[in-house]
Design a protein around this ligand. Structure first.
Ligand code: ADP
Ligand code: MG
Length: 257
């Protein structure tokens, strides 16, 4: 298959929960290696959008393409659609990694065990090799000393750095971050942003939902503003932060400072 230029292509995505239409036709392409920051008010559909890309939610309609592969869908009885090819879903999921607001580490496993879990059990990497990679990653996020610690004994910032190491351990081509610092005490935000900023410099495609405007401006190639289930405006950080066109975006940026 020819190498696709876009890592992700979403076309006219709609998602409804019962009577509530949360995504009302969102189209977005992410080039390989591009870092996109999604901003927008609470309830605007940002998480739902990421969850659809990661196949944690099934879109009501629309198309999602990951690395040139369109996710095969079939209609379900509820009037929406569901992925129809389980093998394809597994294949696509193994190239994506998502980091959540709430860390989502396995509490009964040490930091190291968390990081090697998917490489060993999903990708079939030999255990000693997975451990060597995990230790390198843990050094990188500053958690090597904590490798045998259980999550409950870590600060929120340390847990999130461990969750990021775990996400990177599968060497994903696309990383999705959903407000990775929103659950952290203010003094712990910086250490996590610095790890994410580091990753953003690698040639990995990243879509990042964040309320950290300064950070978004610094790391993102493109900023996408969600409002009411649509992309209201998008552009370079300079366009969005220095010369926003929509009144709503202007107000949003002012309120975020
Ligand atoms: P954001 O991340 O921008 O804050 P979300 O995507 O989480 O927004 O949610 C958008 C809207 O969809 C909200 O009104 C939320 O209550 C609703 N919603 C999200 N997930 C579900 C669900 N599983 N069932 C019903 N409503 C949902
Ligand atoms: Mg959200």
């Amino acid at each position: 298959m020819a190498e696709a230029a876009n890592a992700i292509e979403v076309s006219n995505l709609h998602k409804r929960f019962g009577a509530l239409e949360v995504l009302k036709g969102v189209s977005l392409e992410a080039r390989k290696g591009e870092v996109i920051a999604i901003i927008g008010g609470s309830g605007s559909g940002k998480s739902t959008f990421l969850r659809c890309i990661n196949l944690l939610e099934t879109p009501t309609s629309g198309q999602i393409m990951v690395h040139g592969e369109t996710i095969a869908m079939k209609s379900d009885r509820a009037g929406g659609q569901v992925p129809s090819d389980r093998k394809q879903v597994e294949r696509i999921r193994s190239r994506l990694a998502m980091v959540f607001q709430s860390f989502n580490l396995w509490q009964h496993r040490t930091v190291l065990q968390n990081v090697i879990e998917a490489p060993v059990h999903v990708l079939g990497v030999p255990k000693d090799q997975a451990i060597a990679t995990a230790e390198t990653l843990l050094r990188r996020v500053g958690l090597y000393e904590k490798r045998d610690t259980y999550p409950a004994f870590l600060s929120g910032g340390q847990q999130q750095r461990a969750a990021i190491a775990r996400a990177v351990a599968v060497d994903p081509e696309v990383m999705l971050f959903d407000e990775p610092t929103s659950a952290l005490d203010p003094e712990l935000v910086g250490e996590v942003l610095s790890v994410i900023g580091d990753l953003a410099k690698e040639n990995r495609t990243m879509i990042l939902v964040t309320h950290e405007m300064k950070f978004a401006r610094n790391v993102a190639d493109r900023i996408v503003y969600f409002h009411g289930g649509v992309i209201e405006e998008q552009g370079t950080p300079e366009q969005i932060f220095d010369a926003p066109r929509s009144e709503r975006l202007k107000r949003f940026i002012q309120s975020a400072h």
